[in-house]
Design a binder for this molecule. Structure first.
Ligand SMILES: [Zn+2]
Length: 367
């Protein structure tokens, strides 16, 4: 099994691929495409003008189930903020080493092991997107349109601290409410005004009250502004809030609540408009997903530990399209989104070994 040479990983980590650095992301994409071509994958570039291209690596197809491996090549680091690659006995340090060039590398090494064994790969494709760190605003459409081609998806974000795979992630949406009131002199014409700030205050309290901590639903009004000065009834106010939820029922309950709050004028004469949307829908555990776990356990003689996470990834997008999805197949690491990002070497080795077994099992028997 290949597993212990990190020179190739170093070569992509040293090329900055901040989401807004199209040139750098594209360089990473080209290198990955070369590696995948060597395994006889067809490499389809989904060209983009503003962001890096997305790369869809497509294997030969035969009858049976289809598996998608999913990763992203962008990072959160602008050029010159975290460019070094270092290693010691236990850890590798660098931008994207666990989030998630390292995960992509696990998938690549596992595919190489499959190719070495069979000289060909069937029914396993690999999609690498370029904009995950800014919300996958572009790639989510591509991913949603490809979803129907696949029966399973494995996402290579970092593993849990005890090698857990991820079976659930909260959904998240960001919204904005613009409140229009009526300005008036706070001394001479107090009653002529319609106070947008007071309306904002009422709405804020109502919005936060939509939270249900027992169900892990949270509404957070993270930013507000409004008004002109102390002697003017505020003519305008604005609030920005975020919703996180663990089930579709909760999402729908809160969305309906938001609509009611926006259309209600608590202060006579004010008018409000809502914008924003759900960015990534919830990844919910399902029976198809537990059969996927069971099948892997039997095939590879392991007992996968699973966990739920609050943060989002592209697993949210593909699983909310109905594709049984497991996330967290990358190496374990910590410090992601900081210049202390690192990934465990031992975990790399374990993950490459496990994912190789799974892919070989998939080639032999279909999962
Ligand atoms: Zn990230």
């Amino acid at each position: 099994m290949r597993n212990s040479n990190f020179d190739e990983l170093k070569s992509i980590i040293e090329i900055n691929s901040w989401t807004k650095n199209k040139q750098g992301v594209d360089k990473n994409v080209k290198i990955f495409a070369q590696w995948m071509k060597a395994l006889d994958f067809e490499t389809i570039f989904h060209k983009r003008e503003e962001i890096g291209d997305h790369l869809h690596c497509v294997s030969k197809k035969r009858k049976g189930k289809k598996l998608l491996l999913l990763g992203h090549l962008d990072t959160v680091f602008p050029p010159d903020t975290f460019e070094t690659f270092k290693e010691d006995d236990a850890w590798i340090y660098g931008a994207g080493v666990c989030d998630m060039k390292g995960g992509n590398y696990v998938a690549l090494q596992a595919l190489r092991n499959v190719y070495q064994k069979y000289d060909e790969i069937y029914n396993i494709d690999f999609l690498l997107v370029s904009d995950e760190e800014t919300g996958s605003d572009d790639s989510k459409h591509l991913l949603a349109s490809l979803a129907s081609e696949y029966d399973y998806c494995m996402v290579f974000e970092a593993a849990g601290v005890h090698d857990e795979v991820v079976i659930a992630r909260k959904g998240v949406g960001t919204f904005f409410i613009e409140i229009e009131g009526k300005a008036s002199h706070a001394g001479n014409h107090y009653s002529d005004g319609a106070d947008a700030n007071l309306e904002l205050a009422q709405k804020l309290i109502q919005l936060v009250a939509l939270s249900n901590l027992a169900k892990e639903t949270t509404v957070n009004v993270g930013k507000i502004h409004g008004g002109i000065g102390a002697n003017t009834i505020s003519p305008k106010a604005h609030l920005t809030f975020e919703l996180r939820y663990t089930s579709i029922e909760e999402r729908d309950r809160v969305l309906a609540g938001i609509d009611t709050i926006v259309s209600t004028s608590y202060v006579k004469g004010t008018k409000s408009t809502l914008s924003g949307a759900i960015q990534r829908d919830v990844m919910q555990p399902s029976s198809a997903q537990s059969s996927f776990v069971e099948r892997i356990n039997t095939l590879c003689n392991v007992t996968l530990s699973t966990e739920k996470r609050g943060g989002v990834s592209d697993a949210n997008i593909i699983s909310s399209q109905g594709v049984p999805t497991l996330d967290g197949w990358g190496p374990y690491g910590d410090g992601d989104h900081t210049i202390k990002e690192r990934a465990s070497k031992e975990s790399f080795i374990k993950r490459i070994d496990l994912v190789s077994k799974i892919l070989i099992g998939f080639m032999e028997a279909e999962i």
